[in-house]
Design a protein around this ligand. Structure first.
Ligand code: NAD
Length: 557
């Protein structure tokens, strides 16, 4: 056991060496400083001769890392290099990521992580996280005990069924919990040893993987019966016993399980689903910021979603919460949200709707296509969460432009190749009037001498801060109100300068400031609503700051 464990207190403690010295120290990624070990440390800790003689600083190491990253030919090579750095020296990895967050985030998370998952077996070097399969039922507590850190606070778990917009990647989906937890640390300073990535392997229906020679997961079709629920249930219960202070974040589960598991566990344990609730938070923040540009009121919006899955319905539900806070009653609030799925407009007459869509199935004539839906609903905002590349075509975007002086168009599908339209298209087809945001980053776009800097509705604006807020408050449940306050805090941080270039989110470089503000707001909800047995500390701000991990090296001797 090593690292920053803080068993009974939540303040960050100085790392313990746990008697480690020499090669063992160099091979512990939480303690290793590589060429930055001082002369005294080298002498005292048995490192003399194990390192080249020149001693350099973390800043010098970081420059070398940056140069190496930039010299690589492809983003996948950059990803492989960065992950192996993380496996050697976590502090240096986070130093580089935190100081260059806008450049690094697309490499360690979407879009590159999607490709990394697709190639998971081929780029596999060292295992990271816990792999729990159907065959492990009956032994999950022991597996959790095998994890080398005792005080886990944040678990990200996937079963790999719906990885980003890429579909069922089975055990290859492990790249997602690993990447997401890196973002908890980089964006909100959740200490690396508080974080546990988990793959719940229940098989895969990806035939190519099952038939290929290199797949590392269970070689069987996805389990759909009671054995699946038993696996998840044993995992959730085992976490309560072995890591009682951990929050479980469900990530990239298929539609049929995601809503069901959220409803099953949200009132029992500390858990949330980022695809549903985190996405909702970030999208709502974008909507609130967009209103500053359009001058509209929340209660006057008609929002049309393309895609009625986890992201779309999650956003819809949080918009309803926000509208209710603005005094709109629930039924009226729901009528402001409209959905188009693969079968057309979601309306009450349809008999093919799954339960999560029903609260938004309004009495209205059907519409077979998105264009027909736009023409009949006349939305003020169009939000793409369908994974349908190019679904916002010229006709649709131009129609939005005719209906609205400032049409709000969010193409949130990931990765970039799945976006419903590009930033360039949204601006060009509306003569620069669109308020645009995307899921994956788009480059700046210049039109008639005007520079647009499209905002990225990246979930990382929300979930790391929410996680930090849960940790600092010791919250035992996660509520929608927490995502609502997180959205409001995020929108409040967007500056006039951001809005002037069309950006409805703050600069990513401000992510730690954003996360600590969200953490405070989320913790306040936990204290106010009695969701924790902890008393609210007088100095909540200081508590948040003290908890935030700092990748600077400390001197061991
Ligand atoms: P999901 O599988 O739960 O839902 C997808 C939805 O799209 C389903 O309702 C499906 O019926 C609908 N759909 C599929 N084909 C369609 C078509 N031809 N026309 C209309 N609708 C169609 O997936 P999800 O979790 O809701 O994610 C959807 C997309 O949103 C993904 O690409 C994901 O990457 C993206 N997403 C972005 C963010 C973000 O930007 N912050 C967050 C979460 C998800």
């Amino acid at each position: 056991m090593s690292g920053f464990g803080s068993l009974n207190i939540i303040m960050q403690a100085k790392p313990h060496l746990h008697g480690k010295r020499g090669a063992d120290l160099l091979h512990d990624p939480l303690l290793n400083k590589g060429t930055a070990f001082t002369a005294t440390e080298r002498d005292t800790l048995g490192l003399r001769g194990l390192l080249p003689p020149r001693i350099i600083t973390q800043d010098q190491q970081a420059l070398r890392v940056l140069e190496t990253v930039r010299n690589k030919n492809t983003d996948l090579e950059r990803y492989i290099y960065l992950i192996s750095l993380q496996e050697r020296n976590e502090n240096l990895f986070y130093r580089v990521v935190m100081d260059n967050v806008a450049e690094m985030m697309p490499l360690i998370y979407t879009p590159t992580v999607g490709l990394a998952c697709q190639r998971y077996a081929l780029i596999f070097r060292r295992p990271r996280g816990l792999f729990i399969s159907l065959h492990d039922r009956g032994h999950i507590k022991q597996i959790l005990q095998n994890w080398p850190h005792a005080d886990v606070r944040m678990i990200v778990v996937t079963d790999g069924e719906r990885i980003l917009g890429l579909g069922d990647l089975g055990a290859n989906g492990m790249g997602i919990p690993v990447g997401k937890l890196s973002l908890y640390t980089a964006c909100a300073g959740v200490a690396p040893d508080f974080c546990l990535p988990v793959m719940l392997d229940a098989g895969t229906n990806n035939q190519e993987l099952l038939e290929g020679p290199h797949y590392l997961g269970l070689l069987q079709k996805r389990e759909r019966g009671p054995a699946y629920d038993e696996l998840v249930d044993e995992f959730v219960q085992a976490v309560q016993e072995i890591f009682p202070r951990a929050c479980i974040q469900f990530e990239d589960f298929g539609n049929s399980n995601a809503f069901r598991l959220l409803h099953k566990y949200r009132d029992q344990v500390c858990t949330f689903n980022d695809d549903i609730q985190g996405t909702a938070g970030v999208a709502l923040a974008g909507i609130l910021s967009a209103l500053r540009l359009t001058g509209g009121k929340m209660s006057e919006q008609r929002i049309l979603f393309l895609g009625a899955g986890e992201a779309g319905i999650g956003i819809g539900e949080l918009v309803v919460t926000a509208l209710q806070a603005h005094g709109v009653d629930e039924a009226a609030a729901r009528r402001q949200c409209w959905f188009v799925d693969s079968k057309g407009l979601v309306v009450a007459d349809r008999t093919d709707l799954s339960s999560h869509k029903l609260p938004f199935a309004h009495q209205h004539a059907g519409a077979a296509t998105l264009l027909a839906a736009v023409e009949t609903i006349k939305p003020t905002m169009l939000i793409g969460v369908s994974g349908m590349t190019g679904a916002f075509d010229e006709k649709i975007v131009r129609t939005m432009g005719q209906l609205n002086q400032r049409p709000v168009i969010f193409a949130l599908s990931n990765p970039t190749s799945k976006a419903e339209c590009t930033a360039e298209q949204a601006y060009t087809w509306t003569e620069g009037r669109a308020v645009f945001a995307s899921g994956s980053p788009f480059p700046d776009f210049t039109m008639d001498g005007r520079v647009f800097k499209p905002g990225q509705g990246n979930n990382s604006y929300i979930f790391p801060g929410v996680g930090l807020g849960l940790i600092v408050s010791g919250a035992q449940r996660v509520t929608d109100e927490m995502f609502f306050v997180a959205a409001k805090v995020l929108a409040g941080i967007v500056t006039e300068q951001d809005l002037a270039v069309g950006r409805v989110y703050p600069d990513l470089q401000r992510i730690r400031e954003v996360s600590s503000a969200i953490a405070r707001a989320v913790a306040e909800v936990a204290f106010e609503r009695g969701l924790t047995s902890m008393l609210r500390p007088e100095n909540l701000d200081e508590r948040v700051q003290a908890l935030m991990y700092d990748p600077a090296y400390v001197e061991y001797v």
